[in-house]
Design a protein around this ligand. Structure first.
Ligand SMILES: [Zn+2]
Ligand SMILES: [Zn+2]
Length: 258
């Protein structure tokens, strides 16, 4: 499975920067997990192949350029953009984003080929199919309804925590997965901002270190994501000080293969 955390910004030479402002993972060039930077950082080829997007929750950093992405592709889409989310999250996207005020209700619109956007409600705790992948979604502990995911193909399984603080169900399915290859988990704030992390339901390196004790098996790569750009270096130093084997910060722009 090839996974790329899309970059959010580029320097004057067009080179991706390491600061992660927006969240969008691309799996095997065809499935996206969240869509923060989808319209600004997919390459030309990926723009033609990504048609399945799983939205974990409706926070702006996870959906910022989703409306623009569909708008950009509007005349040329030969199949609808499929948006996978829980019923609750679909309701929030329709109420707050695709509501004819912030942006058009694309789910009501068609181009010459047919509908341009389709919602696919996802179950909780039951496997569902997205392109060639098997996915299980479970609720995590964030300030809006949010799901973590375990995504598998025939060979490989990868877990995505999405945005969360201390949680239980996610670890239950992660611990049940034999042969998990990678765990992509958030570490948003440095330890000195633990109060802010607590009220906004995110991890710091210290709380992440505690949380990782819930893992009952090891050997997988643990990639820290969602590092707030202003504190990136500080968070990385604190993550390194935890001395957890195979824990690293994921680099935006780089393609990882598991
Ligand atoms: Zn969030
Ligand atoms: Zn976020």
């Amino acid at each position: 499975m090839r996974i790329q955390l899309l970059p959010s910004t580029f320097d004057a030479q067009g080179v991706a920067t390491l600061e992660q402002r927006l969240t969008c993972f691309v799996i095997d060039d065809c499935v996206a997990v969240d869509a923060g930077s989808i319209a600004i950082a997919l390459n030309g080829e990926q723009r033609n192949t990504v048609r399945d997007i799983i939205v974990t929750h409706p926070h702006m950093d996870h959906i910022a350029s989703l409306p623009i992405f569909i708008d950009d592709l509007y005349p040329s889409l030969r199949q609808p953009m499929r948006i996978y989310a829980t019923e609750e999250v679909i309701g929030l996207l329709e109420r707050d984003v695709f509501n004819w005020n912030v942006y058009p209700r694309f789910s009501d619109l068609k181009n010459d080929y047919g509908p341009v956007m389709e919602y696919i409600p996802i179950p909780i705790g039951e496997p569902f199919r997205v392109a060639h992948l098997n996915v299980v979604a479970v609720p995590v502990n964030h300030i809006v309804p949010t799901v973590g995911l375990v995504v598998s193909d025939a060979q490989t399984s990868v877990a995505f925590s999405s945005d969360t603080a201390e949680t239980e169900e996610f670890w239950k399915i992660v611990n049940e997965m034999k042969g998990l290859d990678a765990l992509l988990i958030e570490a948003s704030f440095p330890d000195r901002l633990s109060k802010l992390a607590h009220v906004s339901r995110h991890f710091t390196p210290a709380t992440l270190g505690q949380e990782l004790k819930k893992l009952t098996h090891n050997g997988m790569d643990i990639m820290a994501v969602h590092l707030k750009p202003s504190y990136r270096e500080e968070i990385i130093q604190q993550l390194n000080a935890l001395n957890i084997p195979r824990l690293k910060a994921m680099e935006p722009g780089r393609v990882y293969e598991w």
